[in-house]
Design a protein around this ligand. Structure first.
Ligand code: SF4
Length: 463
């Protein structure tokens, strides 16, 4: 998962990187900006780390794109200079410089090329640039790209002096477009458009292409949307609660998830002194769980603001280290208490296990765990950092009792699949990681190869 941004209209580069910083929760591994200066020269700056550290000066530019990177392809394990993997990437076409930022993951990249790419964004940039040279037309080149690629991609790019975006026909990753009297903004999340004062805001539709040439907007449904499959995990975990994605408020969905889970916990008869959110994503759901169960919500676990988000750190030991430094605890609401801790997901189980252990060590009488989505049982091939089944504590038909035992909780309750769908109130979703039904042809093929044993469960063949 990455965050992408594009702005057309006079903007200071320092402001542009602050807007990009709003997407830092979508990745903090590396960041970059590309812009066109007053002499129509394309420039770029990339760093290892958050957007706020991108070395740009106090300059007004007319056009800028940016990315904050989360490593699901290329060098997941780090070690090499991370700015090499940072987006944007550039390619010299016959019509001027092409720069691209991409959010998503290409599943069939190994079928398409033997060449080493730092990331699938670099592959997309080179392939699209080549198609532009062949077809002499950006929309035709994007159609050809669509016919070539399998996976998820929300692209924002600059070609010479035009800015454009394109979203894959299933709309797996979000992409929003907005305009005001003198600016146009593309972004992964609506918070960037709110913060830049955009007045007209709309989702870029699956398969839609938008190009702005000399302040003229061209919106075109380049590809007919098919099997639209918005990633449900954006709503559960990834996106900011303040965002609206594909016409759904993320905060509202999280309240609904809590209401559904609350009902299921009520049926199960789970009792506790306090409901304790694991910060921050599950806090919204806890509001409604507390209302349904009539159990007070207490923030007995606080986020250590100087620490980093663990799920998007690429190395197991780094995750362990971060998990240990990520939280602070309020003993008064822990010692001798029955706690119901609520989290948005259990992926590898490391953080949950650590939290349960520390709450027990501090003297909690009971620690129950409830999760605001169903168990993740299958790898994500579309850009979330559990790219192999082997990484998942609840992989395939692993019994919930086993996961509960592994994390050391008194009980473990996952939201049911029906509860998830009711909370989201839509059917056009990707739910592949919970049921193995992948929305793209090559994703389905990969699943068959894993199940037949032709690809190992711990292989990242698609990267
Ligand atoms: Fe999202 Fe899961 Fe689909 Fe990946 S597999 S895109 S995490 S719903």
């Amino acid at each position: 998962m990455c965050g992408v941004l594009g702005i057309l209209g006079a903007i200071n580069l320092l402001t542009a990187k602050n807007v990009l910083q709003l997407l830092v929760h979508r990745g903090q591994d590396a960041s970059g900006l590309a812009w066109v200066d007053e002499y129509h020269v394309h420039k770029m700056a990339k760093v290892k780390g958050a957007p706020i550290t991108i070395p740009v000066t106090d300059n007004i530019v007319e056009m800028v794109i940016g990315s904050t990177r989360y490593p699901t392809s290329g060098d997941r394990l780090g070690g090499v200079a991370k700015e090499k993997f940072a987006q944007p990437f550039a390619f010299q076409t016959d019509f001027g410089t092409l720069s691209i930022c991409h959010n998503g993951n290409i599943t069939n990249i190994k079928e398409l090329s033997d060449k080493y790419y730092h990331s699938d964004a670099e592959f997309i940039t080179e392939t699209l640039g080549t198609y532009i040279n062949e077809t002499h037309d950006l929309s035709t080149a994007l159609t050809k790209l669509y016919e070539t690629l399998d996976g998820s991609y929300s692209l924002v790019g600059i070609l010479k002096d035009d800015i454009f975006c394109f979203r894959d026909s299933r709309g797996i990753r979000p992409l929003i477009f907005g305009s005001s009297a003198d600016h146009f903004v593309f972004a992964s999340e609506s918070i960037c458009l709110q913060q830049t004062g955009m007045q007209e805001i709309s989702d870029v539709l699956p398969g839609e292409y938008i190009r702005i040439h000399q302040n003229e907007i061209k919106r075109q449904q380049l590809i007919v949307p098919q099997n639209v499959a918005h990633c449900f995990f954006e709503y559960v975990y990834f996106a900011s609660s303040a965002s609206v994605i594909d016409s759904r408020s993320v905060y509202r969905v999280r309240l609904n998830l809590g209401a559904q889970l609350g009902q299921e916990l009520l049926t199960k008869g789970i009792a506790a002194d306090y409901i304790v959110p694991v910060p921050d994503t599950s806090k919204s759901a806890c509001e409604t769980i507390s209302e349904v169960l009539h159990i007070p919500l207490r923030e007995a676990i606080m986020k250590n603001r100087s620490s980093q988000r663990t799920f998007i750190m690429p190395v197991k030991d780094a995750r362990e280290l971060a998990a240990r430094s990520k939280y602070l605890f309020i003993d008064e609401f822990i010692i001798g208490k029955k706690l119901l801790i609520i989290d948005d997901s259990i992926v590898r189980g490391l953080t949950t296990k650590y939290l349960v252990q520390i709450l027990r060590d501090k003297g909690a009488a009971e620690v129950h765990v409830a999760i605001t989505c169903p168990p993740q049982r299958y790898a994500c091939y579309y850009g979330v950092d559990f790219g192999t089944d082997a990484e998942l504590i609840a992989q395939h038909d692993t019994p919930i009792e086993y996961v509960c035992e592994q994390i050391g909780a008194n009980s473990l309750t996952y939201l049911s699949s029906d509860g998830l769908l009711r909370a989201l109130d839509r059917k056009d979703l990707c739910t592949a990681c919970i049921n193995g039904n992948y929305p793209t042809p090559y994703g389905q093929q990969l699943r068959l190869l894993v199940e037949s044993g032709s690809i190992a469960a711990d292989s990242t063949h698609y990267e």
